[in-house]
Design a protein around this ligand. Structure first.
Ligand code: AMP
Length: 276
């Protein structure tokens, strides 16, 4: 595996390489990231892992400062999963002096995470547009963990005619159900136990759907009740269409239940798909 830092090097590497797969990440790899790299390896001729802690998508300065970084470890793990190239540009290579363009997606990027984290999706959309232009992959692999990000990226790729297929892989969880996240390391042992309520709440709602419940309000309440038992108040529990992220009125098609909550000072997100 090669580590490259600049666009010219990555473009040279991907030239005439057959099918190119790109795995966008901010590093601090866990099994969620590795599942994406393995999926790319299984279906592509050349696997590029993008490692860039994108400052413009952090709406809290403290979150950016505290974000875990360990490029050597990430490089070893990416290589073990079959990556060919680790593309890890410096901030100045992505945002050189004079950089003045922002990509904003409306609608799906305005609600939930978009409303609570001002500027977040503009940062995501801009860096994803740049990254897809730099690498020009045939397929880009994303995790269902960041479901709204997936919807924003799909919108962006369709609207800007970017010729990359977006592939989405399931959420990888710890044994007790907690969705893997680079931010989980910030949970102390007590918070770590309480954090299992996020997935338990989503599963409770899924069971309610299986038992015939179709009322989004009652499903959101079922999630919130499990969170409350663990002393967690959600920032939102939303029952939404997976493409538009608009609330559904009744559960008559595949629907996403998405939530965000702080456990201690750590902000976590999770979601589950439910179908009538
Ligand atoms: P991040 O490094 O957090 O920006 O995540 C990079 C990619 O990994 C994104 O597409 C995430 O959705 C995905 N990802 C993060 N956590 C998980 C997880 N637990 N399961 C599956 N994919 C994940």
């Amino acid at each position: 595996m090669r580590i490259v830092r600049d666009v010219a090097a990555v473009r040279a590497a991907v030239a005439s390489s057959g099918r190119v797969g790109l795995v966008p990440t901010m590093g601090a790899f866990h099994e969620g990231h590795l599942s994406l790299i393995r999926a790319a390896r299984a279906s592509c001729d050349l696997v590029v892992v993008w490692l860039f802690v994108n400052p413009t998508q952090f709406n809290e300065a403290a979150d950016l400062v505290a974000y875990p970084r360990d490029e050597d470890r990430d490089a070893r793990l990416a290589e073990a999963c079959g990556a060919d190239i680790l593309f890890a540009p410096a901030v100045e290579a992505v945002y050189p002096p004079g950089f003045a363009t922002t990509v904003t997606v409306s609608g799906v990027a305005d609600v939930l995470e978009g409303a609570l984290r001002p500027g977040h999706f503009a940062g995501v959309a801009t860096v994803v547009a740049k990254m897809l232009n730099m690498v020009r992959p045939d397929i880009a692999f994303f995790g269902a963990k960041d479901a709204q990000q997936v919807a924003v990226v799909r919108r962006l790729v369709a609207d800007l005619d970017i010729p990359t297929r977006i592939e989405v892989l399931p959420i990888v969880r710890e044994e007790d159900g907690l969705a893997m996240s680079s931010r989980n390391v910030r949970l102390d042992p007590h918070e770590r136990r309480r954090a299992t309520a996020l997935h338990r709440g989503l599963v409770a709602a899924q069971s309610a759907v299986a038992a015939g419940e179709r009322d989004p309000g009652l499903l959101a309440r079922a999630v919130a009740d499990v969170l409350a038992d663990a002393g967690i108040e959600a920032e939102y529990v939303a029952v939404v269409d997976p493409d538009s992220f608009l609330p559904v009125e009744t559960l008559d098609r595949p629907t996403l239940i998405a939530l965000a909550a702080r456990v201690g000072s750590t902000r976590l997100i999770d979601n589950i798909e439910v179908a009538p």
